[in-house]
Every structure is written in C-alpha cells, then in structure tokens.
Design a binder for this molecule. Sequence first.
Ligand SMILES: [Zn+2]
Length: 420
Amino acid sequence: MTLRLYRSDPYLASFRSRVVARLTYKGAPALILDQTAFYPEAGGQPHDTGTIGSARVVDVIEDAQGAILHILDGVNAGDCPQPGDEVACCIDWARRFDHMQQHSGQHILSQAFVRVAGLDTVAVHIGQTDCTIDLPTAALMPDAIERAEREANAIVMEDRPVLAYEVGDADLATIPLRRPPKVSGTIRIVEVKDYDWSACGGTHVRSTAQIGLIKIIKAERRGAETRLTFRCGGRAFDDYVRLSAATARLMEALSAGRYDVEQAVQRLITEVQAGRKALQEAQARLIAYEAAQLLAGAVRDGDQLWVTQAFAKREPAELRGMAKELSRASRVVVLLGASGDQAQLVFARASDAAGDMSEALRRALAVLSPEGAAKGGGAPAFAQGGGVAADLAQVQAAIAAARAWLNDQLRATSVSADKS
Ligand SMILES: [Zn+2]
C-alpha cells in the first residue's frame, strides 16, 4: 500500500519514490509508487498534477482497492519508468497550495454558517475557478452572508493553527465534529484550533493566515437549498484585482467616485429607458404621418383604395406599424415591402375591403425567390414574409405580382356577382 506523504506533510512538493507497478489506465500509462505526495481526487478536493522523472502527471486517482494511480502524459513506452526504478517526483505547488487555501477556507466558512445562522453545509465543491457550499435553506437571512464572512475572516486574521490528527472510535465522542464522519474506525480530524473539527482526508494550510481573504461572490437558490460561491486567498485577490480595474474604468467613463458608480449606472439606465420611450413615441408619430401621406396618394380601382410602396431598407416593425395604421382606413388594400439582405413584405387590408392577403403574399414571395427560400404567412386580412436578399426593383416586382393577382381575383368575383 502506498504511503501517503501528503497526510503527514502537506507542504512536501518534491520527493523521491520507488515505482511499485506500471499499468495502463484508459489507454494512458500509469504508475503506482511506494510513497507519494500526489493528492488523488477525493473529498471534494481536486487531484494534484506535476512530474515523475520527465513524464507529466496529468491525473491522480485512487482506485476501488485504495491504490493511487499516477496517470502520465508525454512519455513514450521506452522512457516510462519501470517497477523498481527510483524516481524524482515534483508536484505543481501553485495548484496544490491554491487547493489548500480553498479547502481550509471552506472548513472555516462552513463553521461560520453553523455559528452565525445555525446552518450545516450539506455539499461542498472545490472547482478550478469556483468553490461552492450548499446550505439547507431556501431563504438565507439577508445579513447572514456578511456576518459569516466577517467571522470567517476574523478567524483567518487570528492566525489559528490548523491541525491534523487521527482518533479512534473511543475518543471520537470527545470531538465536537461539525458533521458525523462517513467512515468508521480510525478517523482523521482536521482542526482549526478551538473553532472547527472536521473528519477530512484533504490537505490544509498550517495556519489560518495562509488562507488569505475568504469572499462569497454569489448566492443562488436551488430548490430547498442555497448555493454559495466563494473564493479564497490568491483567487479572491485575483477577483479583487479584476473588479477593481473594472470599477476604475467605470469611474472614468461615468466621472463617478468609487462608491458612486452604481448610482451613476442607475441614473444612466433611467435615462436610456426614458430616451427609448421618447424615441418609440416619435417613431409612432412619424409612421402615422407617413401613412397619411401614402393614403393621400392611394389609387382608386373599382371600389377599393390601393396603397403600394417599396422602401429601401426599413425595419419590419415599422412596415407592420405602417400597414396596420393604413388598413384602418375604409376599403383600403396595403401592399408594402422593403429591400435589403432580409427583404420584407407586409400585406394588409381593411376589414371592409376584399382580397386574400395570405394568398397574395404567397405569389409575391415566389417572385422574390423562385427557389422558395422566402418564407412567410398570415391570414386573409394580414400577412407578412420575406427573409431573402432583394433589391428595390425585385421588391417592386413582387408587390406588382401580388397586386395583379388580387385584381384578377376581384374581377372574377365581380363578374360572377354580375351574372348572378
Ligand atoms: Zn475537508
């Protein structure tokens, strides 16, 4: 069985070891060593990476039999260490120390929520960017986060020792464990001196000051639980650097003080909303005015008024607005279109006018795109479509085709009406 050096000395970053076995794990070479400081993925803490000889260790896992497999990359079969070889091993210390800061910080934060809000942590995740704890409440008291954060950071600043020791069943009852252990027999306890006792096999800093800042950056409700995202130490510092730089840029852009940026953004949002509303009102007035102009130039044919117009590049919403406005007039048929990369057609008629707009649109779309790429549809009184590139002349031709078809239909209807 491999001796786990990280348990007695979590600060051991380079060591020598002897290869016990060489095997293949999911197609990659893997080694079992007689002793290792490589931490395998366990208890929510991610695995270490590093090197064994000239090979890179990309994953470390503990198999069902309790063997620790070091998965290698960047080594060809001939260069791979053999059983019996003594090898120089090195773990990626920056990555490991980051995990230690997050893990120790998590123990303190979980205890802080017990003391401040009476909430036990029910799940933990230590990720490569974010760490989370889940608390068994859907409604966290509004000030609980800040109070727990302040308490956790006070424990950091007191620089309390973090101890790891093993206890047997007989002595377990004397330890005020935060949560009951998942295993029986001899239990490894990680103690933040006189503050928190956890059954834990992970690697931890030797005193709380090494954790650095503990900061919760997000709280989200998940069913009956609340998930808190937090960052510790170097990660919290990096986060502060980024947010500080972003704040400085906003201060400059908004000519606002450091703590006035939020208010300045709120003012900006209010202004944008008011501006948008004013613009919509102005556009509506403009469309009504344009509609009146078009109606004045409408062509009378039989007992219907015809408004046909092709525009160069108009927003579909504007075309719709104009068509709806126009079709309020009595006995009016409106055939509008706009050219562009996404040409549009909008056909409408008054409720007392005749003609099937949806069928007329179908004829017009076939002119825009004989291959059938132009799509659209609607009802007898209103239809719209388009979506293919077309220039002004093509849009005019499509509208003319719709008009001609409608004329034929109306004439046929009136002839049959005359006969009856
Ligand atoms: Zn732990």
